[in-house]
Design a protein around this ligand. Sequence first.
Ligand code: SF4
Length: 345
Amino acid sequence: MGSAANESLSRLLGSEEAVLALLAWQQRAGRKLPWRETQDPYRIWVAETILQQTRIEQATPYLERFFGRFPTLEALATSSLDAVLAVWQGLGYYRRAHHLHQTARLLVERGGWEAYLAGQDPVARLETLPGIGPYTARAIVVFSGRGAYLPVDGNVTRVLSRLVGMTVPASERKKYQALADELPESWRSREVAFALMDLANQACFPRKPRCVACPLQRFCTAYQQAQPEAYPPKKPRRPRPVRAFRFLLYATPQAVWLEKRPEEGLWSGLWCLPMEELPTLRSTPPDFVHELTHFRLAGYIERLPSPPPQATPILWDRLAACGLPAPLQRLLTHEAKGHRSPFLG
Ligand code: SF4
């Protein structure tokens, strides 16, 4: 942290007024969310897990169903994974469901929550369990009244960054959590955590924050600098290189000729038009551009008068059963309908 941020931090933390203003605002304007009413570590853990990467409106009916079907840790641990997945269906990120089930079994085998929550450093012990990271471990401990923490999620990261003028990208969450772990105890309580989360949700928006409604305005570095949106700074993205490929298309009214990609490399194991990389981009615009993790693919389609060697004819009505890369799937769907794809020129 830079010295300016250090100064802001001391100013903010030196003032009990800031915590009091935040808590008074929370009383008045905070959200009343049912899963905040409990101190049961099981319910806290499940709620925090389901709420990750899921909006509250979407998560709420799932939480109700989950607790209806698995009201206790033991009920979850003794159920089958299929039963958990059936309740989870439609929520996405299925790994979370696998982890909940696996961790419930481990917890029951090892003596339940007390084996993890009692004694020194419960956070470190909880973090050894599948699916429990730094945020969830701290949330379980502080929300169940077993220790003083401020769990830092993406929203709290944004508020902290603005309050103290911290010029660390939000992706470096560990640094924000380290800062939160060093805060005085008055900042590390379930009430402060809920208040900061609500502040992020109701005033300190990523864009156009409503500083006018914020109880911490007087203490906020970003506000004083009149540039709240500058925090946290965006991580500069390196421009992705562009690579050019040509795709060979031979099709009849009955079939299209495809080949299977090798097991290694780009689009491994998928069906695709025969393709090869070109040394450079062509002078004409590509027929399609597709974003991949490490590069941008510029695709040029070449129609052939005869089948390309080593390709296999795939009947149009069998195409849906083949795994195809997304841009090829779009392109061939057009072709299959007998329409010339707009990409094909
Ligand atoms: S003053 Fe504005 S930028 Fe600062 S914490 Fe409040 S809402 Fe966020």
